[in-house]
Design a protein around this ligand. Structure first.
Ligand code: JEW
Length: 231
């Protein structure tokens, strides 16, 4: 049977292109690229510098610690793409929080451009003028935008039709009940270091298994996500 020809193109701008390329060779991302469903192009931001030292950063106006990434290299890099650059996303700790609803929207786009900053971040005129939408992967500190960009790429790629086969497609339902975490999973052996698989899972009574899984999912949710509802 003929498969859909749809694929997602993602351009990535970074000063650490090898850091981004490595994970693209493995597992789900490697297979999606091999199958022609995902086309990732990683660009070295320093290719758009204009000095012998290939400088991408400078001291912040107004003073303060650390360095800020100069705007010009981002503009020249992104403008080197044909006029179609799709949605331009700047990974940023100050961005809109990535969640599965945003991932679904992004997976529906034919083309994304991801900008990975370092240091104290990127000159605000990149956000304002390019323009770029700021996206954060969560409320914790990392060293730059490269790992966050890979999180976006993997989360989006899973939702590109054809990447996840029929077999695994129920995983798509993982967040189908908002706020309810998945039930615990067990496989062989039936006993490991004195820890037994719950008897009900061996019973073959599927209605009873469903009830147990529901209760276990709710118990896990109360334990791992205390407090009021989703978020
Ligand atoms: C992200 C791009 C570029 C973090 C999350 N963290 C942090 C942080 C940084 C600099 C100044 C202040 C806070 C490090 N950093 C980035 C962090 C994206 C950059 C520099 C990022 N999503 N995206 N949670």
């Amino acid at each position: 049977m003929e498969r859909s020809l749809r694929h997602v193109r993602i351009d990535v701008f970074t000063i650490f292109p090898d850091l981004v390329k490595g994970p693209l060779e493995h597992s789900l991302l490697g297979k999606a690229i091999g199958a022609g469903l995902l086309d990732v192009r990683v660009h070295d931001l320093r290719d758009w510098t204009d000095d012998p030292h290939r400088t991408v950063d400078d001291a912040p106006f107004g003073g303060g610690p650390g360095m800020v990434m100069k705007p010009d290299v981002w503009f020249r890099g992104v403008e080197s793409l044909d006029p179609d650059r799709g949605r331009v996303l700047l990974l940023s700790p100050a961005g809109r929080r990535l969640d599965q609803a945003l991932v679904r929207v992004l997976a529906g786009e034919p083309h994304l451009t991801l900008l990975c900053g370092r240091y104290e971040g990127v000159d605000e005129r990149v956000v304002e003028g390019l323009p770029a939408e700021e996206v954060s992967i969560g409320e914790y500190v990392v060293a730059g935008g490269e790992l966050p960009a890979l999180v976006v790429i993997e989360a989006v790629t899973r939702l590109v039709p054809g990447v996840i086969g029929r077999e695994e497609s129920h995983e798509q339902d993982s967040f189908s009940e908002p706020g309810l975490l998945d039930h615990p999973q067990y496989t062989r052996p039936r006993e490991f270091r004195g820890m037994k698989v719950p008897e009900v899972l061996l019973s073959g009574d599927h209605a009873e298994i469903e009830r147990w899984r529901r209760a276990a999912a709710e118990a896990k949710t109360r334990r791992n996500r205390p407090g009021p509802g989703p978020q």
